[in-house]
Design a protein. Structure first.
Length: 205
């Protein structure tokens, strides 16, 4: 398994992208257990030493992959039309949340057990926590702006954006495991109901 190499010699940013592309493919095919620095290097077509020039360990690589996805999600939150309403905005970001959970969700628990429970913390890992907080803050701001645009008032509780995020992750997990389909609930129907329920749960009556 190797990503096709088109990166010019000396292109540090391009080399970093190659390394992350290799790591993301390994995660998708083998999970966190298969994510080793050697495997990442082979997939990127570089030496293990080159990978270590960019990342201190696989924990940092994993954090960088999550950070990239969260950055993209924040860009979507910044650009989404507030006139869609809260449920509509959530439906716009749901595909990205689901894709993030598909790629990283089941590996996140192993990563957290290794890193957050006293394991090594490189700069990428520390930055990952900051990016997550920024994402929750961006979600809170988007919800507040959307409510205002639609003449609604959100419940005043600091837990609100965290609950919305966890609810979106729960929806993503059901969509990926096709749990609702066993009861003959179509994905579009589940998404419509879930996002509407989230809106009702955070708006003052």
């Amino acid at each position: 398994m190797s990503t096709e190499q088109t990166t010019a010699w000396g292109d540090a940013e391009g080399r970093r992208r190659d390394i992350l592309a290799s790591a993301e493919l390994i995660l998708e095919e083998q999970g966190y257990a298969g994510l080793t620095m050697r495997a990442i290097a082979v997939g990127a077509g570089v030496s293990s030493g080159t990978v270590y020039q960019y990342f201190s360990g696989k924990e940092d690589v994993f954090a960088a992959l999550m950070e990239r996805r969260l950055d993209a999600l924040r860009s979507t939150l910044a650009a989404v039309d507030r006139g869609l309403g809260i449920a509509g905005v959530l439906r716009e970001v749901e595909p990205q949340v689901t894709e993030l959970w598909r790629r990283f969700g089941r590996s996140a628990a192993q990563w957290e057990a290794k890193v957050l429970s006293g394991g090594p913390r490189g700069k990428e890992v520390t930055g990952s926590a900051q990016v997550y907080r920024k994402t929750i803050k961006a979600l809170a701001q988007t919800l507040a702006e959307t409510a205002q645009a639609c003449g609604q008032e959100l419940l005043d509780d600091p837990a609100l954006p965290h609950w919305v995020w966890d609810s979106l992750i729960g929806l993503a997990d059901d969509l990926l495991l096709q749990g609702a389909r066993t009861s003959r609930v179509k994905p579009a129907q589940l998404i419509e109901f879930a996002t509407g329920a989230i809106e009702r749960g955070i708006v003052r009556p």
